[in-house]
Design a protein around this ligand. Sequence first.
Ligand code: ATP
Ligand code: MG
Length: 448
Amino acid sequence: MSHPKINAVRGMNDLLPSSAAVLERFQRLAIDALRSYGYRQIRTPIVEATAVFRRGLGEVTDIVEREMYTFVDALNGDSLTLRPENTAGVVRAAIEHSLLHDGPCRLWYYGPMFRHERPQRGRYREFFQMGAEALGFAGPEIEVEQILLLQRLWKVLELGPVRLQLNTLGQTAERLRHRQDLIAFLQTHRAELDADAQRRVETNPLRILDSKHPGTQACLMRAPRLLDYLEGQSLAHFERVQQLLGQEGVAFEINPRLVRGLDYYNLTVFEWVTDRLGAQGTICGGGRYDGLFELLGGRPTPACGFSIGVERVIELMDGAGAGQGEAACDVYVLHQGAGTYEAALRAAERLRDAGLDVILHADEASLKSQMKKADASGAEFAVIVGVEEAAASTASVKALRPGGEDGPFRRQERVSVEELGQRLVEALCAQDGVRVQEDAPAQAPSEI
Ligand code: ATP
Ligand code: MG
């Protein structure tokens, strides 16, 4: 009896092998960039106590109000939540393990996040973020450092034009004074606002600035600006950020309506935006969150972080043709005849000892059909083990994509299994020295 097929949960995606090369390239280059600024990896559980997010993110936020996957642990009645973001979890871990005992620290993370949103291009219910948190840093220099890191990353990823938007949310007292005037303004314009915004006028008016509703946005153009309520220290902080960015030649726009979707931010907030992804054009959001440690039961600790939407960045990389044409392997090993599989397996293992990427043909097939597979694999060389080769501990090598007249193994050649690895490494270097070197440090994904 055949069973009905089962599909993935709506809004949750499989990453297929055809996209893996781009993802691995992103991970490798992002980890390199993070390391070069002194960030070290932290991994926290996907599931946290619901309170981590309720307290950390704020009750009147899109995420806490309606996007969280929350469930009761049937075994003990605890309320648990699939993390919708990782900053609150990292801060929870930093407090729990006293990570700041010896001073400030720079941390990065990578992993899946879950939000019950309406799925559409660039907006999923399970999506991946790569992010960084600088914990224990009070000065505006750390925001600038993170922005420089990101600009460097976009460059090596060859993302094309991405714009930096900046704003400052000031401090609590400043936000409170702005809030009174903002509420008064919104109350007189209530009819122009969307339903969500109307509901938030009294509870969380700042969040309305973030609304994607066109009518609400139009109305907000005339609303009192938080920027105009800032006092000396907040202004100085923001000016220092801008001055250092100017010194390093980073272009930015100030967007007075930029607020982050979460409650815990203060002072500097930023987003990187592209026009080439349709409506979901923000590829990274970040900012300072000096109050979060206290909300989660820790000592007051200034901090700043950012988070990259991996699917959106990968889509941009894909569009730019990055990561295309990477060979899946260096060598394809074929076997033909009784008892040759064992010899081919031995040859393949020796080739891997030599550092080569090898695909060993798995089942029995004609030499012709194996050669077709070898060609399609992207391998540079075919290694053929027939009965004669096996008997003499040798293999025949043939270049699959011979370059010039005198390229290595342009004509099929017998090589002893002992020398096989060395000879093929030399042949690959001769063909394209650069590619072998570039391939070498490709272990980053295993660190995630
Ligand atoms: P948006 O305004 O697009 O809803 P957000 O403010 O909720 O974004 P953050 O919480 O700041 O987003 O998350 C950081 C980044 O993660 C976003 O800039 C985006 O690139 C990505 N991201 C957020 N939500 C999703 C999602 N549902 N699917 C895919 N990527 C997402
Ligand atoms: Mg959102």
